[in-house]
Design a protein around this ligand. Structure first.
Ligand code: DGL
Length: 271
């Protein structure tokens, strides 16, 4: 029996990771949960993000996945350690993969990180970068207005371009040579982000490196899916499935079926 890889995010951001997993590991089956009804997680209290992440993991465990991927930087920063203690399958976050990719890329040792308020406030990127390379200069900036633009499917609009330009203004003059997109929603906005920071600053998305980490872990555990018919992925969201589906179609380039989990919302209630 094929065992799926479970991927979760506060919303559609984890699709950036899912897309890379589909590309690098085409035999792997994915079960995805986007907690769109409660996104964004970025401005919420840490205890609430902890609770929501545990609830979503709990929901995904019913599918008996072989691995859990927390494709949300905010939830990784707050909940990764605790979730690892709670489940008996490997749990992968997105911060370390992004950090490794940035360290591989930087030449001048000055790295910018943009993320949600919670991710930047947690200092998780700074710690992870310094754990590997103590002399790296890290400049973090919270960009709270970006996730709602993506969740509302406004990432191609002039409004998005303006909000991105304004949000990133504090980074002007920083001599960084790479910028970590420390939120899995941000790759949706990379054309506008690139426009602001210029061609000399490499944008680092953790999606690619996270998929590589998943691949390496499954290989070492002897758990890579064997060749066979194409996998059937399953997508769930707690909010509007039509919006999720429309965004997924644009990002993944394929029509997917998204099942709403309204019944679950009573259990997942934020109160
Ligand atoms: N994709 C999530 C992240 O990487 C967005 C968090 C949010 O919902 O604010 O942090």
């Amino acid at each position: 029996m094929r065992q799926a890889i479970a991927i979760l995010d506060s919303g559609v951001g984890g699709l950036t990771v899912a897309k890379e997993v589909m590309r690098q590991l085409p035999q792997e089956e994915i079960v995805y949960f986007g907690d769109t009804a409660r996104a964004p997680y970025g401005p919420r209290a840490a205890e609430e993000v902890m609770k929501f992440t545990e609830q979503v993991v709990d929901y995904l465990l019913q599918f008996r996945p072989k691995m859990i991927v927390i494709a949300c930087n905010t939830a990784t920063a707050i909940a990764l350690k605790r979730i690892r203690l709670q489940v008996d399958v490997p749990v992968v976050g997105v911060i370390h993969p992004g950090v490794r990719a940035a360290i591989k890329t930087t030449k001048n040792g000055c790295i910018g990180v943009i993320g949600t308020e919670n991710t930047i406030k947690s200092g998780a990127y700074q710690q992870a970068l310094h754990a590997i390379s103590p002399h790296i200069e890290v400049v973090g900036l919270a960009c709270p207005l970006l996730v709602p633009l993506v969740e509302r499917r406004l990432y191609h609009t002039p409004e998005a371009r303006r909000v991105v330009a304004e949000s990133l203004r504090p980074l002007s003059g920083i001599p960084m040579d790479c910028l970590i997109l420390g939120c899995t929603h941000y790759p949706f906005l990379s054309p506008f982000i690139s426009e602001v920071v210029g061609p000399k600053v490499a944008l680092i998305s953790s999606a690619d490196e996270t998929a590589r980490e998943i691949s390496a872990i499954l290989f070492h555990r002897g758990q890579l899916a064997p060749p066979g018919p194409p996998p059937v992925h399953r997508f769930f969201c707690s909010g509007d499935p039509a919006m999720f589906q429309a965004i997924a179609l644009e990002w993944l380039g394929e029509q997917i079926k998204v099942s709403p989990v309204f019944w679950q919302m009573t259990r997942l209630s934020s109160s």
